[in-house]
Write a protein that binds this ligand. Structure first.
Ligand code: ZN
Length: 76
């Protein structure tokens, strides 16, 4: 399970959706429709390939529920 961090634009590749404050989780999953993405990134985390990703509040809940990342404020 990966550590999660409060969203920090500096962790993300310049010019990427994540660096702009968007949610790369839902962008990557092509799931930005109604009820899917909350839009604004609240968490930064590294995926299984070690790439920095950002997630909105819905993505954060999903990732924690799936055991992909720790809940914010834990572990670090
Ligand atoms: Zn999202």
């Amino acid at each position: 399970m990966n550590t999660s961090y409060p969203y920090d634009a500096d962790l993300h590749e310049a010019g990427s959706e994540a660096a702009r404050g968007g949610c790369s989780y839902h962008q990557e999953h092509h799931d930005t429709g109604a009820g899917g993405c909350a839009g604004e990134a609240v968490v930064s985390y590294q995926d299984r390939q070690g790439h920095w990703q950002s997630g909105c509040s819905a993505a954060l809940e999903r990732l924690v529920a799936d055991g992909e990342i720790e809940a914010l404020g834990q572990g670090a």
